[in-house]
Design a protein around this ligand. Structure first.
Ligand SMILES: Cc1ncc(COP(=O)(O)O)c(C=O)c1O
Length: 400
């Protein structure tokens, strides 16, 4: 083993050891929510202690905001002023959707059947302005980027996709779509719920103009917080629907300073900042991003892909239907088994419902989405986790 590989293995082990939940669970549900590390918990505790014992020092809270903004920017290869703070993905998507200067007859294009509802309703809501929401049909559960491209015309103001669908969990060829959008001068907005923190993400290389993410999944922090990246050149054409002090450019003036009534928006995506921030959740995600970046997002992606590949191959070897079949370019951090349906509470096949229960009884955390069993992995998972799930599945079907 090379020195680098052994350092990586040691770092991966130390990373895994920092998640107490993994002592009990084979945790394969980051697509629902990740687990917290002791580092993240300590950062949160420090923040809460400061609030409890001292009330809190606002200057240091604002410094934390800027450190975290810069850290998220670095994570996705953006500039700090291209990042704003949100409370979840929907809020970020709505900020962009309502910030576009729509004229009746403009259109937005998406593959609604594979999007999370939170990347569909923001667009449907624009129909009241005369915006046309153009739908393309999925192709065998893939988002068809050629179809999206084919629907672009001179009235298209935005194309939106998720980087990885929440079910069946296929990776969208975002780079190829980004190239088309760029060539046609149409901004591309992505919902990165299922990729940020898990797949290496470089918004410049991908040709992404805006990206919305929450912090409780692959970023391994808390609910109720997210980030919105908007490329500076696009952000500065957008008009925030909501505006408050932090979205206004008043230089370094005090947070309570009122400027002229004739105001200008803060540069870049900062115009979407509103009032006070979720400092506690920011402390948490700042700590978890430090851990992720110490491992390196390329290493994280490689680790996750090697595990999901092994899981897919193991299921296929047992004759179990895996969405997408053999590992290919669609593979990300999610593996779904069974047959798709509209059911999020169970599967349409009794044997998979019973397998789900059996895995749960044996301390495997997973979820059911669109009628399939969904296993979703992060860098804290290891080969033993995969082998345990395959072993339990084999045992279940041997006795079922
Ligand atoms: C692809 C995708 N988008 C959005 C969301 C949730 O959006 P929000 O953060 O607004 O609750 C999820 C959550 O499961 C998701 O998987």
């Amino acid at each position: 083993m090379s020195l680098n590989a052994s350092i990586d293995a040691t770092a991966m082990r130390a990373f895994r050891d920092s998640f107490p939940a993994l002592k009990r669970w084979v945790y394969m549900d980051v697509a629902g929510r990740g687990v917290l590390s002791t580092h993240t918990r300590q950062a949160l505790d420090r923040h809460l202690d400061e609030r409890m014992f001292n009330g809190g020092d606002k200057d240091s809270f604002f410094a934390l905001i800027e450190t975290t903004r810069a850290r998220f920017a670095q994570l996705i290869n953006a500039q700090p002023e291209e990042v704003s703070f949100t409370k979840n993905i929907s809020e970020g998507l709505n900020m962009v959707a309502t910030g576009i200067d729509w004229r009746a007859g403009d259109n937005v294009i998406l593959c609604a059947e594979l999007e999370h509802p939170n990347n569909v309703y923001p667009w449907l809501n624009l129909q009241k302005l005369g915006v046309e929401v153009r739908f393309v049909k999925p192709q065998d559960y893939h988002i068809p980027i050629d179809q999206l491209a084919a629907r672009i015309d001179e009235r298209t103001r935005c194309v939106t996709v998720s980087t990885v669908t929440f079910a069946p969990g296929y990776r969208t060829p975002v780079k190829a779509l980004g190239e088309v959008c760029r060539a046609r001068g149409v901004p591309l907005l992505v919902d990165a719920a299922q990729s940020a923190g898990i797949l290496h993400t470089d918004v410049e290389a991908l040709g992404v103009d805006a990206l919305s993410v929450s912090t409780q999944k692959g970023l391994l922090a808390l609910y109720g917080m997210g980030f919105l990246y908007v490329k500076k050149t696009w952000a500065e054409q957008l008009h925030p629907a909501y505006l408050a002090r932090f979205g206004v450019d008043l230089g370094k003036a005090h947070e309570a300073a009122m400027g002229d009534y004739a105001f200008s928006y803060a540069p870049g995506a900062r115009r979407f900042d509103l009032g006070n921030f979720n400092f506690a959740a920011t402390a948490a995600v700042n700590a978890s991003m430090i851990q992720l970046m110490e491992l390196g997002t390329q290493h994280i992606e490689a680790q996750v892909l090697s595990l999901t590949r092994a899981l897919v191959e193991g299921f296929l070897a047992m004759g179990i239907p895996v969405a997408g079949g053999e590992p290919g370019p669609h593979l990300a951090g999610i593996v779904t088994i069974g047959n798709p349906s509209a059911n999020h509470y169970g599967t349409d096949e009794d044997r998979f419902n019973r397998l789900y229960e059996y895995l749960g009884q044996n301390d495997v955390k997973l979820s059911i989405r669109r009628g399939m069993l969904r296993f979703s992995l992060h860098a804290y998972n290891n080969r033993e986790d995969v082998d345990r799930v395959l072993d339990l599945t084999r045992r279940f079907f041997a006795t079922a």
